[in-house]
Design a protein around this ligand. Structure first.
Ligand code: GTB
Length: 217
């Protein structure tokens, strides 16, 4: 059955791979599933046809036969559960890998998103200079804990899993801030994720769409 995902018609990051479809592309590449991409404009994302797929008018979505999903956590878990390569075979190992997916999305990503908002959307506010250091420290607190747990291991719990895919994807959002480089073990962890052939294929597939392309709407 054909898998179709949605992605930005034009990504504000110009192809740095930060938009969330990269996580889904990466998961599909890891398990060797071909997929098609439907590009949607910012306007089309808020129109009824797309809202029927994604109630919040965002990308990515995932369609496979009569199944339609939104939310990258759900999509990546769906892919990982149906195809070998992203979850361990033993039940406890699977549960732990899924726990890391939730940790990435529920515990690590929120302060990173808050930080991105403070830097990029609220940087011109009168209170921004006071607030930004607080938000940065919240990110640092999480990274310190995560780095301590990772230690010198390559991945969070045994072999690479969907938990690592999600955690690396979340941490990548920090790169331009420089904070990640304060945590060399995490910077190396992210670099290991980016070095995976499946990540490179996913990254290249989105880059070709956006490099040099102007916004259309
Ligand atoms: N919780 C959802 C999930 O995990 O699927 C979050 C989905 C989401 O944030 N989608 C964003 C979106 O559609 C794109 S990825 N935004 C449009 C809207 O809400 O109207 C977030 C994103 C967008 C752009 C950059 N960038 O250019 O750097 C980085 C990340």
């Amino acid at each position: 059955m054909t898998i179709t995902i949605t992605a930005f018609e034009w990504s504000p990051d110009g192809g740095k791979g930060l938009a969330c479809d990269t996580r889904v592309r990466w998961a599909l590449e890891e398990v060797g599933q071909p997929y098609e991409v439907r590009l949607v404009s910012f306007r089309a994302m808020k129109e009824p046809a797309h809202l029927a797929l994604h109630p919040f008018g965002q990308i990515p979505t995932y369609e496979e036969g009569d199944l339609a999903l939104f939310e990258t956590g759900s999509i990546v878990l769906h892919i990982a559960e149906r195809h070998a390569g992203l979850l361990p075979d033993d039940a406890n190992g699977r549960a732990r890998a899924i726990t890391w997916m939730f940790a990435a999305l529920s515990t690590v990503e929120p302060p990173i998103l808050e930080h991105a908002t403070a830097r990029l959307l609220e940087g011109d506010k009168s209170w921004s200079k006071e607030r930004l250091p607080l938000v940065q420290d919240r990110v640092r607190d999480r990274l310190k804990q995560l780095s301590s747990r990772l230690g010198d291991a390559d991945w969070l719990d045994g072999p690479f899993s969907a938990g690592d895919l999600m955690m690396v994807s979340v941490l990548l959002r920090l790169r331009s801030s420089g904070i990640l480089d304060e945590f060399p073990k995490l910077a190396a962890y992210v670099a290991r994720g980016e070095a995976r052939p499946a990540y490179k294929r996913a990254f290249d597939a989105q880059l070709v769409l956006y490099s040099g392309k102007p916004p259309t709407g």
